[in-house]
Design a protein around this ligand. Sequence first.
Ligand code: FMN
Length: 312
Amino acid sequence: MSAKKILVVYYSQSGQMHDIADQFCTSFSADSSYVVSYEQLKPVTGFPFPWSAFSFFNAFPETFKEKPIALQPFSNNIMGDYDLVILAYQPWFLTPSPVISSFLQTEEGKQLLTGKKVVTLIGCRNMWLGAQEKVKKRLAAVGAKIIANIALVDKSPNVVSVVTILRWLLWGKKEKWWILPAAGVSEADVAMCATYGAMTKAALEMDKLNDLQQSLNEKGAVEIVPELVLMEKRGQRSFSIWSGFVGGKPIGSAARNARVYLFMFLLPTAVFILSPLLMIVSALMLRLKRDELMADVEYYKGNGPLTPPRGL
Ligand SMILES: Cc1cc2nc3c(=O)[nH]c(=O)nc-3n(C[C@H](O)[C@H](O)[C@H](O)COP(=O)(O)O)c2cc1C
């Protein structure tokens, strides 16, 4: 019997997403009946890492609007017929990062994914729900089926992870410092991906995919905090307005730069003010509209259908 083919398509600035994908593939790579190939996507014009504050916020409008960017040519052998495609990605501004979003819009990407089984691996701060909805739509459009989603987040409180991720992304400092924990997904959570990979492999081999997501969730593959659902809903709505406003002027123009600076000031301020406020609102909602909020949480723990209960 010929070996089963697995393709890992990923992008990573710091290497975190690569480590997550690597852990997930442990059991597949150790089994000679599988061939695992990695395709690291690269943009033609790279994004800085660490970022300057300006370049970070300047990337927002086009990212949020999922405007495709040019990617470097893919490897010659990427266009094979795969038994499983692992899409390992990170959200940027509540949207799949531009490299991933562009890949999903290329003809090669669409062709490669058509009718395939897909595992989505997410490595982020803590807001991935809307990005996954956007990925789900693109995958559904080519008849690809998500068999499992694993969303790894930074489990520190929301305002703490805003500080630590900005320290990491803007200054390159990921390690813990003073009262601040290390930024990003914890090593233990990354290591846990090997278990998620083994569970996925077993489910594929026994053709028991229906219960897979539920079993993964029981092990912590997707954990959803109700107040972050509320926060992300508000974020998606305000980002769609702000991306139109900041992106409404040509890149490099004085008017655009001024709008980027305004956004740079307002976004962190909003997070710091909204975060504690939403904790209170969601505690209230959990009492008053518990069923609705829990229905949202259940929806985002699964992989379909395509319409969230009350929209993101
Ligand atoms: C421009 C930018 C925007 C980001 N926006 C989000 C976001 O909306 N939600 C989130 O949870 N994480 C966000 N992150 C964190 C990333 O999802 C990711 O965890 C981090 O960049 C490390 O990924 P890497 O593997 O590419 O190094 C953002 C990162 C960058 C660089």
